[in-house]
Unconditional design. Structure first.
Length: 445
């Protein structure tokens, strides 16, 4: 099978990726004023559209700043590639070996926040496209790269796009794993609101979709908390005033592979503060990442088990709050799980408040799109790994006949949402070549 990528594509793609990583496109807006998600995201979107113009595409920037897109080709049918430019926060900077928003090439990797999720895959797809047009091949279908800006939070960008713009015939999202992800679990994000406390305060955690890797408590009882944690052999640091639990941060879709520092801290705190929100964490969550003490076993053959992530914990004088992220197998009703959760939290004086809900994705393995992408991947790599299901939520579920396709290889180190996030140059270029073949087959044959 043809090799599409040359040295020029490689060099140019690295420079383009470094430009995007250097823009700290963390959501800092409320979605109601321009730019809706903050200046950095707006800057990143505009920089990406300028890149697309340099690659030969016509571009469009939503006047309200929610999304942008770039078009090329001709024909009635349109193939879409859905990408996102926003990133999660860097977290604890002391855990980074290099600056998260100043791209560095080290040991054969491009390091920086967004390199793996989703700026690196976006660049791989764009330069895969560039490799095809450099061959002078006629496009018989249009291709549209859609750039979202709110993927790590509420997907308001895609909601706005779908209200205003043309829908594609088919397409893919370079924001998951190879080979093809044909089914994705449903997503539920919720806040559990409880009473405040005059005895202690606490602020732990980051985004909904990150398993918290560190959680700290500062107060007169810190030594007692540290002693209780020591009894349980929980990894911690104590400096006389503050106790910090060291867990392992991972993406919420694979919560079972991480160590939730908030859940662990709660097991020490409960011995000195009998607050209802701590009781809920200790009695109904514990060290579980599947919610079984609340829901029982939630699992199906297609997409596996439920993942349950306590993403953040806040206790102040006026209120307390837990942020939850659940990834729900496709055969289970989100609404039924919500009702069960509401029933269970009443005993802890907690109130349910929904933050986000997104239905799952299912495109049959025997569909023409899945079969085509699987064949491309297998012919390019020789890897016969079967099509995948995932707990991750990608833009694929926002449109019909859309699946997630790469750019994470089965042997790749999963660093999305973690410190020292990076993408291997070899894997970046391999993905680029796969995307070139994909764009050729979907748009030019």
């Amino acid at each position: 099978m043809k090799i599409w990528i040359n040295e020029t594509h490689q060099k140019e793609s690295i420079q383009a990726l470094k430009k995007l990583i250097d823009i700290p496109s963390i959501n800092s807006g409320d979605g109601t004023t321009y730019p809706p998600f903050g200046q950095a995201i707006d800057d990143c979107l505009k920089e990406t559209l300028l890149l697309c113009e340099d690659l030969g595409m016509s571009t469009y920037l939503d006047p309200e700043g929610y999304y942008g897109y770039a078009d090329y080709g001709q024909g009635e049918e349109m193939v879409a590639v859905l990408c996102h430019l926003d990133v999660v926060p860097a977290g604890d900077l002391s855990l980074w070996d290099t600056p998260p928003f100043s791209a560095v090439i080290k040991n054969g990797k491009v390091l920086g926040r967004g390199s793996q999720d989703d700026k690196g895959p976006t660049i791989a797809a764009l330069y895969g496209f560039k490799a095809v047009i450099d061959e002078g091949i006629l496009f018989t279908k249009r291709i549209r790269f859609v750039f979202g800006t709110d993927e790590e939070t509420l997907w308001r960008c895609m909601e706005r796009y779908n209200l205003k713009e043309e829908q594609p015939t088919m397409g893919f999202v370079p924001d998951s794993s190879f080979p093809v992800t044909y089914a994705e679990k449903g997503l539920l994000q919720a806040k559990l609101i409880g009473p405040g406390s005059s005895e202690f305060n606490l602020t732990c955690g980051e985004a909904f979709n990150i398993v918290p890797g560190r959680a700290s408590y500062q107060g007169k009882d810190a030594k007692l908390v540290s002693q209780e944690l020591s009894k349980k052999a929980i990894e911690q640091e104590f400096d006389g005033q503050t106790v910090t639990v060291n867990g392992k941060a991972v993406h919420a879709s694979i919560a079972g592979e991480g160590v939730n520092a908030i859940n662990q801290l709660a097991t020490g705190l409960i011995h000195v503060h009998s607050h209802p929100i701590l009781k809920f964490l200790v009695e109904k969550v514990g060290n579980e990442s599947n919610g079984s003490s609340i829901f029982g076993e939630i699992k199906d053959e297609m997409t596996g088990g439920l993942t349950f992530n306590v993403a953040s914990l806040y206790v102040g004088e006026d209120k307390s709050e837990i942020d939850l992220d659940l990834r729900i197998p496709v055969s289970f009703s989100i609404e039924n799980l919500v009702q069960t959760l509401k029933e269970k939290i009443t005993a802890y004086d907690l109130e349910y408040k929904e933050f986000d809900r997104v239905a799952g994705l299912y495109v049959p393995e025997e569909s023409e799109l899945v079969k085509t992408l699987m064949a491309i991947y297998q012919n390019k790599t020789g890897d016969t790994t079967k099509a995948l299901t995932s707990g991750g939520a990608t833009y694929a579920r926002t449109m019909k006949n859309m699946v997630a396709f790469g750019s994470h290889f089965p042997t790749s180190a999963g660093l999305a949402h973690q410190s020292n996030e990076g993408i291997s140059l070899d894997e970046l270029f391999r993905a680029m070549d796969i995307y070139a073949e994909t764009i050729y087959q979907l748009c030019c044959k």
